[in-house]
Write a protein that binds this ligand. Structure first.
Ligand SMILES: Nc1ncnc2c1ncn2[C@@H]1O[C@H](COP(=O)(O)OP(=O)(O)OP(=O)(O)O)[C@@H](O)[C@H]1O
Ligand SMILES: [Mg+2]
Length: 249
């Protein structure tokens, strides 16, 4: 079967510095794939490459078999990939409802026009309400996103990322800064919302990684040193030495 994401021999340099070196990654359709690695390893850069925010210096990236390296972010999004950012990226002054509606409008191909009352579009209204319900934020719908708690903002962001119904969802440290209880809630949310889709997640919390991922790739200095099931990664001596240490024992 064609992979959801395929990264072939990708290199990325900023100036003279090679940040991503011979990156090879394959994520099967329907798989939950975690990318782990130390700070500065290039995890967010890998997300930026796959989602088109930056272009590879060389190599090729495919989404569902189709070459996407060289395409722009919105073109890749249109082909079924949606990603969140490491830093919360909601519109602070817009309400929760407006934030989600904005994502739904974009996903359904509507273009914003000030003379159109977008709230009159029944399918948009319904989908927006569904997503708010999914992410348990219906009761906060009229609150400006900037006034939500940090955890609520991250949940809103997850909602926005999945709102378009993309088949491939990429989340960059979705639980960073959350308490233990908030993290558990967010993981349950992610698990439910990505059911039947492909998920790529960057995460530092090993309980999240080992609880959620079907497969894990370990990125060190811009290169994947191992890919495999949680058990394979746990038992890989190279991984232990380079990254996990005693953390997974
Ligand atoms: N646009 C850029 N220009 C120059 N250097 C960059 C750029 N983006 C990232 N880098 C560098 O690339 C390296 C990898 O950064 P990246 O943000 O991908 O790491 P990361 O694995 O996501 O780290 P973290 O776990 O801290 O989020 C870092 O050394 C960073 O400084
Ligand atoms: Mg990062």
């Amino acid at each position: 079967m064609t992979a959801a994401i395929e990264v072939n021999a990708v290199e990325k340099s900023f100036g003279n510095v090679a940040i991503i070196r011979d990156l090879n990654l394959s994520v099967a359709k329907g798989e939950r794939h975690a990318i782990i690695g130390p700070n500065g390893a290039g995890k967010s850069t890998t997300f930026n490459l796959i989602s088109g925010y930056i272009k590879p210096t060389s190599g090729e990236i495919r989404l569902n078999g189709e070459v996407t390296s060289g395409l722009r972010p919105f073109e890749i999004n249109r082909r079924g990939l949606s990603r969140s950012f490491q830093v919360t990226n909601v519109f602070a002054r817009m309400t929760v409802w407006e934030n989600v509606r904005c994502a739904v409008l974009w996903a359904t191909g509507h273009r914003y026009a000030f003379w159109k009352n977008v709230d009159n579009l029944p399918e948009v209204k319904q989908r927006t309400a569904e997503i708010l319900d999914d992410i348990h934020l219906s009761h906060r719908r009229d609150v400006p996103a900037g006034l939500l708690t940090y955890a609520e903002q991250r949940e809103l962001e997850i909602g926005i990322t999945i709102a378009g119904g993309a088949s491939v969802i990429m989340l960059d440290e979705p639980t960073a800064g959350m308490s233990h209880a908030e993290t558990e809630r967010a993981v349950a949310l992610i698990r439910r919302l990505t059911e039947g889709r492909t998920l790529v997640i960057v995460e530092h919390d090993m309980s999240v990684v080992f609880g959620l991922a079907d497969r894990i790739s370990v990125l060190v200095y811009g290169h994947i040193i191992a890919s495999g099931t949680p058990e394979e990664i746990r038992g890989n001596p190279k991984v232990k030495e380079a990254y996990l240490g005693e953390e997974v024992d």
